[in-house]
Ligand binder design. Structure first.
Ligand code: NAD
Length: 485
């Protein structure tokens, strides 16, 4: 494959391992403290010019980037699969969503308008304007599981709103993010009125490194805003760490957190059972379960519990794991040996505490689609995020019990409910603490133009279309006295 990142091997740096067979596919620099400082400084210097870029130019730039993504779709999809391990067919979906993220953010930018409002005071000689302004330097830190889409979900609105950026991709899968960064840096538009335009020098910076690199970036005094996508554990560390140094800092840092999930699904007796089974199998096993929205816990009303389990086990056994570059593969390898051990530990913990593993388990670098029945509070699978193709199932007797079970974790990213009784479904939707609730379809619902984010420790703020643009902006109120004498 013609990919300069894959061929570049450096003596010092971070090795990127293939999830397929573990060999080193690339080495990327491990940014030093000086390099982090210099990236932040260049973003800070570029911010005034970035802020001055006409909104239509930023819009055209986002559209131009989306076109570059489309032109490079094959290479990008292959890169995602090689470094992250998801089947190629799923990598193409990620590329398509990335393209649409830049497109929809560009379109949403037309709606990022302030307003002119009347004063409530007399005499009537004031204009009051509210206008959106960017924060300044945005630090964007992303995880391994969607190494192209998740950087795009933060970079597109950050640029669209007029911030300058320092971006750090995951050390486990940095190559797609570097590829995207090159496409962004190359952007050049030829506007009929304003002429040729590029991003201001230093407005977009990328550094590579590990958790410590990310930590140093978040602590940098010149960073105005942090947009972190990753695990709850890392998000909590960042949240806690921002408390120190507050007294000396010129302003508090704006913090946007997009963290993990442990999504519950509730299936009532009157549900379309076939559909519920298909949606749970999709929600739990697609993308190897390495999705923040992955279906992890299913609560099934007692009379249909056995039938549901039978169906979901059959669906799990139908899926093929193997080489992610092959068309027939449904489940690719898990990102790292450490994560494989983590997942097997969750399965073992459930077994020790009375859960029953009905199918699946580890096979080399793969986790076969796994179904565990009789899960309960106190098991890792019920309380924490597994981030693998594993689903836990338990039965319930009443709506209240199902809702309590669904709400029992610190997570609240998404949930689903299956029933033909829409008022009942709406009642559940109101009672579940999660950012997205889906009725009668998979809880793994994400579209780049709709609000996406978590309740509780699944995150703060909302991404998607106009929502992300607002998250990356602050409002300035301008009061104008227009009295003539
Ligand atoms: P992770 O938290 O280990 O790492 C994510 C990124 O943060 C990496 O770039 C890492 O280097 C950096 N990092 C780690 N600790 C840091 C710290 N203390 N300060 C600053 N940076 C730090 O997560 P991961 O294993 O790469 O990704 C999986 C997690 O991401 C899962 O929990 C998943 O649910 C979550 N996720 C959330 C969303 C969402 O939008 N809500 C989307 C995808 C993934």
């Amino acid at each position: 494959m013609d990919n300069k990142f894959l061929s570049k091997k450096r003596k010092k740096g971070i090795s990127v391992h293939s999830p397929i067979d573990g060999h080193i596919i690339a080495t990327v620099p491990h940014a030093t403290e000086e390099e982090i400082e210099s990236a932040v400084e260049s973003a800070q210097k570029a911010f005034p010019a970035m802020k001055e870029l006409a909104v239509t130019i930023r819009q055209e730039m986002l559209l131009e980037i989306s076109e570059k993504i489309k032109e490079n779709a094959d290479k990008l999809a292959e890169t995602i699969t090689l470094e992250q391990g998801k089947p190629l067919k799923e990598a193409y979906i990620e590329v398509d969503y990335t393209y649409k993220t830049f497109q929809t953010t560009a379109h949403a930018l037309s709606g990022l308008n302030g307003r002119c409002i009347e004063s409530m005071l007399e005499p009537e000689n004031k204009y009051i304007l509210e206008k959106y302004e960017p924060y300044g330097v945005a630090a964007i830190i992303t995880p391994f599981n969607f190494p192209l889409l998740l950087p795009a979900s933060s970079i597109a609105p950050a640029l669209g709103a007029g911030n300058s950026i320092v971006f750090k991709p995951s050390e486990l899968a940095p190559i797609s993010g570097l590829f995207l960064s090159d496409l962004i840096k190359e952007v050049e538009i030829d506007d009929p009125f304003l002429g040729k335009k590029t991003l201001p020098d230093g407005a977009f910076n990328v550094i590579t490194g590990d958790a410590e690199t990310g930590r140093l970036l978040t602590k940098n005094k010149k960073v105005d805003m942090i947009c972190f996508t990753g695990s709850m554990a890392s998000g909590k560390k960042i949240y806690e760490s921002l408390g120190s140094g507050v007294k000396e800092s010129i302003s508090p840092k704006r913090l946007l957190l997009e963290l993990g999930g442990n999504a519950p699904v509730i299936v009532f007796e009157d549900a379309d059972l076939e559909k519920a089974i298909a949606c749970v199998a999709y929600g739990s096993f697609t993308y190897c379960g390495e999705v923040c929205l992955s279906t992890q816990r299913v609560y099934v009303e007692e009379p249909i519990y056995d039938e549901f389990l039978k169906g979901v086990v059959e669906a799990a056994k139908d899926l093929k794991h193997g080489d992610p570059l092959k068309d027939e593969t449904d489940i690719g390898p898990i990102i790292s040996t450490k994560h494989l051990e983590n997942i097997t530990n969750f399965i073992g913990d459930a077994e020790e505490k009375g859960g029953k593993v009905l199918c699946g388990g580890r096979d080399g670098r793969y986790i076969k689609p796994t179904v565990v029945s009789n899960i309960r509070e106190g098991m890792l699978i019920a309380d924490k995020e597994i981030f693998g193709p594993v689903v836990g199932v338990a039965s319930f007797k009443s709506l209240t019990e199902a809702v309590n079970l669904a709400n029992q974790t610190q997570y609240g990213l998404s949930a689903a409910v299956f029933t033909k009784n829409i008022p009942k479904a709406m009642d559940v939707a109101k009672k579940i603490d999660a950012g997205t609730i889906v009725i009668n379809d998979t809880n793994q619902w994400f579209e780049p133009h709709i609000a996406f984010g978590g309740y509780k420790w699944s995150g703060t703020g909302r991404q998607g279309g106009i929502h992300s643009l607002k998250e990356f902006s602050q409002i300035k109120t301008i009061v104008i006295d227009h009295a003539t004498d």
